[in-house]
Design a protein around this ligand. Structure first.
Ligand SMILES: Nc1ncnc2c1ncn2[C@@H]1O[C@H](COP(=O)(O)OP(=O)(O)OP(=O)(O)O)[C@@H](O)[C@H]1O
Ligand SMILES: [Mg+2]
Length: 254
């Protein structure tokens, strides 16, 4: 589905250049549920934004569903994004003035879906994320977990092939986090490809594969199947050395 070859992305600030993605290679197959782990500032969000075509690359090749995205104009990228990708953010990014059902309906307007069909699709996803009883509420009247379920409903109402989630449980308590992770896992089982950035190493267990980033590079790439130990001594050493940055090397999913 996604193939990136040797891509780089830098940000130029006041005289300093930050290399957020450094000559990275990655292939993501249809049906995968990929977790991205790594310390703050290592390039996780930048990578997700590049994959979602919200950000462009400085060099390298990027193919999405066989489209040469690196050669595409902004307009072509926007079209591809609208057709195939749904986003979920840490801060939910719901529109405060719109009700739950209006928030979810919004992307369907942009897809020119007729009114009756919009209602049918909105009803179905409301049920799917178990929030039908709050459909007339404004986001501010909902708990964080409920808001994130609405945001997931909005992301999936257009039936995207790829769901990109940047720390979707970052602002949630553990019960709501479990609900959101279970929902993502079900969506993946129903055929969506998911790429999720997370700080919570235990959430990696819901996914099928995990990559770890450091300084804009992939330093580890595992399949998730039961108990997993990092084969990389450098990572295991790092996990021991840095107490507050739990890496996947320390987690088992048995
Ligand atoms: N728009 C920007 N302008 C300048 N620098 C940026 C910009 N976006 C990201 N960076 C820099 O690029 C690097 C990677 O940032 P990124 O947001 O991808 O990290 P992250 O892994 O998502 O971190 P966190 O876990 O804190 O969210 C950081 O050094 C950051 O300061
Ligand atoms: Mg980030």
């Amino acid at each position: 589905m996604i193939k990136i070859n040797n891509i780089s992305r830098s940000f130029i600030g006041d005289e300093v250049e930050t290399v957020a993605i450094d000559e990275m290679n990655l292939t993501i197959n249809k049906g995968e549920f990929l977790s991205i782990l790594g310390p703050s500032g290592c390039g996780k969000s930048t990578l997700l934004n590049v994959l979602g075509m919200l950000d462009s690359i400085d060099s390298g090749k990027f193919s999405f569903l066989d489209n040469p995205v690196d050669k595409f104009s902004e307009q072509q990228r926007a079209k591809l994004r609208k057709q195939h990708i749904g986003f979920i953010f840490q801060n939910f990014n719901l529109i405060d003035e719109l009700t739950v059902e209006q928030n979810i309906e919004l992307p369907l307007y942009y897809h020119n879906v007729a009114k009756a069909e919009r209602k049918k699709l909105v009803d179905a996803v409301l049920k799917r994320v178990d929030i039908s009883h709050r459909r007339k509420h404004l986001p501010a009247k909902l708990s964080g977990g409920q808001q994130q379920r609405v945001a997931i409903a909005r992301a999936i109402v257009t039936e995207p092939d790829l769901i990109l989630a940047d720390e979707p449980t970052g602002n949630l308590d553990s019960k709501s986090s479990t609900q959101v992770m279970t929902l993502l896992q079900q969506l993946n089982q129903d055929g969506a490809t998911i790429v999720m950035v997370t700080h919570a190493a235990e959430h990696v267990c819901y996914s099928s594969r995990v990559i770890e980033l450091l300084d804009g590079k992939i330093i580890n790439d595992h399949q998730v199947d039961g108990e997993v130990q990092s084969g990389n001594d450098e990572i295991n050493g790092m996990a021991k050395g840095e107490k507050n940055q739990q890496t996947f090397a320390e987690v088992s999913c048995g």
